[in-house]
Design a protein around this ligand. Structure first.
Ligand SMILES: Cc1ncc(C[n+]2csc(CCOP(=O)(O)OP(=O)(O)O)c2C)c(N)n1
Length: 602
């Protein structure tokens, strides 16, 4: 028998299979903290530095494992802090349950301290399900429904528990009377496949196409085999949305890599040349990177009806699970005898990797009045070479995401994710830590900008220092791009607005991140010459604790969006040349990227 309503909440979470809650305490959840203290054998509370990071960790847990992530915060400020991390989960369709406190039920409506209208505040982020527990007997059905709805709707749900209700006697089972609710535990997702006639119609379209392009996203992460078999049968090329980077490894010759703003040229060429588009488990938003409308017959497979036929006017938009649907489709597909389309793609991919390799040549940069620096591409290429098997990767949302997208070669067995749709700064450290909690025997690797480190990454590194001794394999490597610039935005301003760098908004103060890591008991390695890169990563991957590899990188390497037009290129060149400090180097590098053919000519 549970003692308090909060004890019952913990017991029920355990019955749901939850083993870990990321959060931060406060007097709005004292009752739950007390109960967690009585359940430490089965339910672990992980203390973060900031509630936003707890939500990122819950989101990352869901992204890496497919399980529900749970985070917790106190009433008022704690609940407000959770929001950005919860939006990250909502926009990327991850099942996350947020549990938060509220002022005493008996004081509500009295403008009491920390009383914030959480039901209203959470009505958007937790639109799938957001309820306040009015009495102890409601704990059971509100938690059960929050857990089940998060999974069935792949979204964020929220449970608000007033502080006094937490301490009331538990009510595990109500008498079966009128106006009572009786819920159970468990979620079985079921088979989700389209109707047979629709599968046949899809097969007919795919069989009649002669240049098939596939685009795969996070929804296909468990469908590696099926995606490869379909691509092989159809002689197709496969482009990957960023959240789907781990769907197929990059050593498969017809995999063109990332698509879109951070994407590759072969992905662009694949889409421009396709007569048939098969989009699987992806909500990739930038439709200008898909085939010209009218050129290709579109088929989409997605588990959510809301996401169907919104990026491209699909001829056939199939509601179904990626893996199950592709498995049903396969026997209906005919092997294409003419392999010339796929051969063309394979050749383009080979050429692309040569360009990438040449860009990643170790190169040092010495500019008057500046510190010595390294080209960021060289950093990611060396990191990619040294990644241990089954590494679990993530990237923050600055320029690191570009280099991660283009230079990291995913291998079979690896995982990788980031903030896809929200593209928020600062989850990089939290995701990497959550990867360690989810897979304590695997190496977690994060890449993160100095802006994100200063925005919260440094603080969250303290969480790694607090917990790493619990991990079977303590290795966690975070690569910081120390370019003293909010570099992604600097280039966006140059390329999209044609403005020179605005120092007041873009320059960042220098911080020695490696020294900070050492200061809090971790390892720190500083790199400012490319010759040090290989040794630095060898040392980091052999360390007995988390390591910061603090690399002084060159901010003048343009992570230019490949959709830039000639007009934008002109504006870009003019804006960087007008900049007395960065001008010449930035313009030369931009011109090189452009000339090497990353940019589609339109
Ligand atoms: C919370 C949040 N604030 C602002 C932005 C806009 N933004 C995107 S990338 C970026 C710069 C990131 O700088 P840094 O972390 O240093 O990485 P860099 O691009 O320099 O490698 C900014 C400000 C954002 N995406 N999220």
């Amino acid at each position: 028998m549970s003692q308090t309503a909060a004890d019952f909440l913990c017991d029920r979470l355990i019955e749901w299979g939850v083993t870990r809650i990321y959060g931060y305490p406060g007097d709005g959840i004292n009752g739950i903290m007390g109960a967690l203290g009585r359940h430490t054998d089965k339910l672990r509370f992980i203390q973060v530095r900031h509630e936003e990071q707890a939500a990122f960790m819950a989101c990352a847990h869901a992204k890496y494992t497919g399980e529900v992530g749970v985070c917790m915060a106190t009433s008022g400020p704690g609940a407000i802090h959770l929001l950005n991390g919860l939006y990250d989960a909502k926009l990327d369709h991850q099942p996350v349950v947020a549990i938060m406190g509220q002022t005493f039920a008996r004081a509500m409506g009295g403008s009491f301290q920390q009383e914030v209208k959480l039901l209203q505040l959470y009505s958007d982020v937790a639109s799938a399900y957001c309820e306040q527990v009015p009495v102890p007997s409601s704990v059971r059905h509100i938690l059960d429904r929050a857990m089940r709805t998060a999974q069935s709707e792949r979204s964020v749900t929220a449970m608000i528990v007033p502080a006094d209700v937490q301490d009331m006697d538990a009510v595990e089972e109500q008498p079966q009377a009128t106006h009572t609710v009786h819920t159970g535990i468990g979620f079985w997702p079921g088979r989700r496949i389209p109707r047979q006639q629709d599968l046949q119609a899809a097969a007919d379209i795919l069989n009649s196409g002669s240049r098939v392009a596939m685009l795969v996203g996070a929804g296909a992460l468990d469908a590696t085999e099926e995606v490869m078999q379909v691509a092989d049968t159809l002689g197709a090329g496969v482009a990957k949305a960023l959240l789907g980077k781990a769907v197929v490894p990059d050593d498969v010759p017809y995999v063109t890599g990332s698509i879109g703003l951070l994407g590759t040229k072969p992905s662009w060429d694949l889409m421009q040349g396709a007569d048939t588009l098969l989009m699987v488990g992806s909500g990739f938003p930038y439709s200008e990177f898909l085939p010209p409308i009218g050129q290709a017959r579109g088929i989409q497979i997605d588990v959510s009806g809301r996401m169907l036929s919104i990026r491209y006017p699909m001829e056939l938009a199939l509601l179904g699970d990626s893996k199950q649907t592709l498995a049903e489709l396969l026997p209906l597909l005919e092997r294409k005898e003419d392999r010339s389309w796929q051969e063309k793609i394979v050749a383009a991919v080979e050429d692309w990797w040569k360009v990438m390799d040449s860009r990643a040549e170790p190169a040092d940069v010495d500019r008057d009045g500046d510190r010595p620096r390294v080209r960021p591409q060289a950093v990611f290429a060396e990191l990619s070479r040294q990644l241990p098997d089954r590494a679990v990767l993530s990237s923050d949302s600055g320029s690191a995401a570009n280099w991660y997208a283009r230079h990291i070669r995913m291998r079979t067995g690896m995982k990788g994710t980031l903030s896809g749709s929200l593209a928020t700064m600062v989850p990089g450290m939290a995701y990497t830590i959550a990867a360690k909690f989810a897979y304590p025997d695997r190496v977690a690797v994060g890449t993160i900008g100095d802006g994100a480190m200063q925005m919260g990454g440094m603080a969250e590194l303290i969480t790694a220092a607090k917990y790493y001794r619990d991990w079977d394999d303590p290795r966690m490597v975070v690569v910081v791009l120390n370019n003293e610039d909010l570099n992604q935005v600097t280039w966006e301003q140059r390329a999209m607005a044609g403005d020179p760098k605005f120092d007041a908004s873009q320059d960042l103060p220098y911080v020695p991140y490696a020294a900070f890591a050492e200061l809090i008991g971790l390892r720190g390695i500083t790199v400012d010459r490319s010759a040090q890169l290989a040794g630095a990563f060898e040392e980091a991957f052999a360390a007995d604790r988390p390591v910061i590899v603090d690399v002084m990188t060159d901010p003048e390497e343009p992570p230019i969006p490949p959709h830039i037009t000639f007009a934008q290129f002109e504006a870009l060149t003019t804006s960087v040349l007008a900049d007395p400090k960065e001008g010449v180097a930035g313009a030369v590098n931009a011109a090189r990227e452009f000339a090497e053919g990353i940019l589609p000519r339109r």
